[in-house]
Design a protein around this ligand. Structure first.
Ligand code: PLP
Length: 367
């Protein structure tokens, strides 16, 4: 039996929110397709090596204390994160995933009558966060699959409060360089807050990648976002963090729901930060996978965008949904990115060597 719809209407801004569609969970694909055997998930840019072993051990130990509320302030984790970057605890916020921090930012700094700028075809959650605060969304087209910072600057209006920059972009994987960001931040009006989302920070080892902490020391209006979901292998623990000046952080902290980061995840984060080996292994396997996949995509005649993350944007030159579905029938979950404006492409996470080989073998079969 269905419960009858009521006459209670949601507020206008709620109706305008299009829910986020995450990469498909393995369980869902098994259920829908009645698949047997191994399923490979290359849909959400998780670390194919799995959870950081040090974090895993810490979580198991912390389970015993599940009856206790967590530390609402995340004292130890914030302190450790701050120490690693030479910031202070007051410059650091921890969230239930870094995504949780996005609506805190929009609620604090954006409202009806204000606008926010995003790149068309960058991380969808920025748009949702803007709509949650009932703000106006300004979408600026990308140039060559990259942020067009000049166009984003030109799009600034007198009511613009926020600009979101994922570096690298999810889903295209391109990076904006230090020089580009330097120039951009110099020209940005002082009343605008720039969000630099560095979810793939640990994967990048490139001299042109901006050292965003420098901008914070210089007093620029930025929020830096990073996460434990990617290289640390803790996507399921929901743990992300941000750095900003202490005034911004204290405002964001006020908008959190109490105990937003659970006890087990706080312990996971503390341990993961010491797991240099897991991070190094993640990086190595990603670099090796990248080279293998680039070569394979080239041989298959597929256009791809060189990536600075742990995923590759691959264009199939036709509606990619059919490729997505065929891959799924073979037990491989990729990510459609039609809602990002790329109906012909898939975003495919770089897996282990074995997973990458299976992916390419399967693509050869189905294309
Ligand atoms: C994966 C990703 C995140 C991480 O979100 P969490 O909530 O920390 O899991 C944030 N931003 C971008 C651009 C991402 O690709």
């Amino acid at each position: 039996m269905d419960i009858l719809l009521s006459m209670i209407e949601a507020r206008d801004f709620v109706r305008k929110i299009r829910p986020y569609k995450p990469g498909k969970p393995i369980e869902e694909v098994i259920r829908e397709l009645n698949l047997k055997g191994e399923i490979i998930k290359l849909a959400s840019n998780e670390n194919p090596l799995g959870t950081s072993p040090l974090a895993l051990r810490a979580m198991k130990e912390a389970l015993n204390e599940s009856f206790l509320y967590p530390d609402d302030n995340c004292f130890y984790l914030r302190r450790k994160l701050a120490e690693r970057t030479n910031f202070k605890q007051e410059n650091t916020i921890v969230g239930n995933g870094s995504v949780e921090i996005l609506p805190l930012i929009t609620l604090a700094y954006l409202g009806p009558g204000h606008s926010a700028i995003v790149s068309k075809g960058s991380f969808i959650w920025y748009k949702i966060a803007v709509k949650i605060a009932a703000g106006e969304l300004i979408e600026v087209p990308q140039k060559n699959y990259a942020h067009d910072l000049k166009a984003m600057l030109d799009a600034v209006k007198s009511n613009t409060k926020l600009i979101f920059i994922d570096n690298p972009i999810n889903p295209t994987g391109t990076m904006v360089t230090k020089d580009e960001i330097d120039k951009f931040l110099k020209q940005i009006p002082e009343n605008i807050l720039v969000i630099l989302d560095e979810a793939y920070y640990e994967y990048i080892n490139h001299p042109d990648y901006p050292d965003s902490s420098k901008y914070l020391y210089e007093g620029k209006n930025i929020v830096i976002l990073r996460t434990f979901s990617k290289i640390y292998g803790l996507a399921g623990a929901r743990l992300g963090y941000g750095f900003a000046n202490s005034e911004i952080i204290s405002n964001l902290m006020k908008l959190r729901i109490s105990f937003n980061v659970n006890r087990i995840s706080q312990h996971a984060g503390l341990a993961a930060l010491d797991d240099y080996e897991h991070v190094e292994n993640g990086r190595k396997i990603n670099e090796a996978g990248k080279e293998f996949l680039y070569d394979a995509y080239e041989k298959l005649g597929l256009f791809y965008v060189p990536t600075y993350g742990n995923f590759v944007f691959v264009d199939f030159n036709k509606d990619s949904l059919t490729v997505f579905e065929s891959l799924q029938r073979h037990g491989i979950i990729a990510r459609t990115i039609k809602e990002y404006g790329f109906p012909n492409a898939l975003r495919i996470t770089i897996g282990t060597e074995k997973q990458n080989r299976k992916l390419i073998k399967t693509l050869k079969k189905i294309l």
